[in-house]
Write a protein that binds this ligand. Structure first.
Ligand code: AMP
Ligand code: ZN
Length: 471
């Protein structure tokens, strides 16, 4: 598989340290609020990557942390712990907040058909590991103690901006602008490994350490959790693009200084989901959740399809209109699959070329939009219905759209057009009627409805759009 690697800045052949096995780490959520659908875009695309690797025969072990301490309101070590802010907002304890939003996150993942990771580790459960790694970094001169905190000394590295194929200056200015200068830091990019002193003395969770009672910085958790469960050589590290700097940059700095050798060979970054007004962000407080999509009548898998229709390395703009298009596409796909006969036996040899085509698009930097197109190609192909069903089921092991399950769940009435009718044509008429209504051309809208009624097809208008059934 060819996959873009943020470390080399190019598409390269994905290689693993142990043949046939992938160690995969994912930065998990900071559990002070619901995940928004932007966060979930990252997890959906990482899930497809994991499923694609499994589909290609790799044995994958995937580990995810849960950030329940140490992620301050600025990624550059200033501000208050996000968890504490969340707890105050909801008049609950930090642990209650963490449990509630961790459960909510995995509920959302389930609805989006995102596989539960093999290991899930909350950051608060690994304090001994952080102390062990920080102690070694202190002993080897990579870390220093100043003003009550332990900092990583970035001047000790040959190269710090590992992902930066853009403008170093721009990044530095970004850092400078967003951060109040911390006088304890020897270099402006140094970052905290362990806090005992911060402006916010009411930190709820604190632990004893050789440097005093305190709490870990955000970055150290991912290095330690990854090394504990996946060893010293990591194949694949994933996250949203905003994590590349400073979070992943700092993870590499501390992990490689601790290990004394290169650590993770492949970095997979998912680009952002934006709204018309910019990046969707939890800290801004205004964001869309899976529950909101459900309340508006969307199946969460429609959002999954919406994400798959774009490449993970391109920013994606959310709009209700785009989601409606995905909903219509999903509905159409399911209906076309439901109309396939369940009779007959599949012929693996006949399916071969379509499997090869599907593999090629996955292998080309996980081109999920062409992988979705492959479903349509199969539906149109000169293959038996049994082969079509087999291929769709197989591709869906990667795409995770639960197509066969949804097709099977369609009621008999909904399933197929009445004898002699073409479902595509009916959808088309429905779309024309919607346009006529938009244009306030009521006569035309009624004409289409009546024409369909005369053919025994009843239209049902809901706030999410129009469906139809055999009257
Ligand atoms: P957080 O819960 O803030 O730690 O973020 C969880 C994951 O979501 C991280 O991998 C982030 O990089 C990613 N993320 C945050 N905002 C967005 C967004 N608007 N679009 C896509 N991914 C995002
Ligand atoms: Zn992380």
């Amino acid at each position: 598989m060819k996959l873009y690697n943020s470390l080399s800045h190019e598409k390269e052949e994905f290689k693993t340290y142990e043949p046939g096995k992938v160690s995969m780490y994912t930065c998990g959520p900071t559990v002070y609020h619901f995940a928004h659908i932007g966060n979930l875009r990252s997890y959906i695309m990482e899930d497809v990557l994991e499923k694609a690797l499994r589909w290609e025969g790799y044995e994958v072990k995937r580990v995810m942390n849960i950030t329940d301490v140490g992620h301050l309101s600025s990624d550059a070590d200033t501000g208050e712990d996000k968890m504490l802010k969340g707890a105050r907002r909801e008049h609950k304890t930090v642990l209650e907040i963490a449990q509630f939003y961790t459960d909510a996150f995995f509920d959302d993942c389930k609805k989006l058909n995102i596989k539960y990771p093999d290991v899930v580790q909350p950051a608060t459960g690994m304090i001994d590991s952080y102390i062990k790694v920080i102690t070694k970094l202190m002993d080897t001169g990579y870390a220093y103690f100043a003003g009550g905190n332990v900092y990583f000394d970035t001047s000790k590295l040959k190269k710090y901006y590992v992902f930066n194929d853009h403008d170093v200056e721009a990044l530095e200015v970004g850092v400078r602008d967003s951060v109040e200068e911390d006088p304890n830091k020897r270099n402006k990019n140094d970052f905290v490994l362990w806090f005992t002193k911060s402006k916010f003395e009411d930190q709820a969770l604190k632990w004893d350490s050789p440097w005093g009672v305190g709490y870990p910085g955000w970055h150290i958790e991912c290095s330690c959790i990854s090394m504990k469960f996946l060893g010293e050589h990591l194949d694949l590290h994933c996250g949203g693009i905003d994590n590349a700097f400073p979070h992943h940059t700092n993870e590499i700095a501390q992990s490689e200084s601790y290990l004394g050798h290169p650590w993770c060979s492949h970095w997979f970054h998912v680009h952002h989901l934006n709204t018309a007004s910019g990046k969707m962000s939890k800290s801004k407080g205004e964001f869309l959740t899976v529950s909101l999509l459900e309340e508006k009548g969307y199946d969460p898998l429609v959002y999954r399809l919406f994400c798959l229709q774009s490449h993970y390395r391109k920013a994606l703009t959310f709009s209700w209109e785009n989601l409606d298009n995905a909903a219509a596409a999903y509905d159409k796909l399911v209906r076309r699959i439901a109309a396939l006969s369940r009779e007959g036996t599949a012929d693996a040899a006949a399916q071969g070329p379509w499997r090869t085509q599907f593999r090629e698009v996955l292998d080309n930097d996980l081109n999920t939009s062409l992988a979705v197109t492959a479903l349509y190609d199969v539906l149109k192909a000169d293959l038996s219905d049994a082969d079509k069903r087999a291929l769709i089921g197989d591709f869906d092991r990667v795409l995770g759209l639960e197509l066969l399950e949804h097709a099977a769940a369609l009621s008999e009435g909904e399933k197929a057009a009445p004898a002699g009718e073409d479902a595509g044509e009916i959808e088309n008429l429905i779309a024309q009627r919607a346009q006529a209504k938009k244009d306030k051309n009521w006569a035309e809208a009624d004409r289409i409805r009546d024409a369909l009624k005369a053919r025994g097809i009843e239209l049902i208008d809901t706030k999410e759009g129009t469906t139809w059934k055999k009257a």
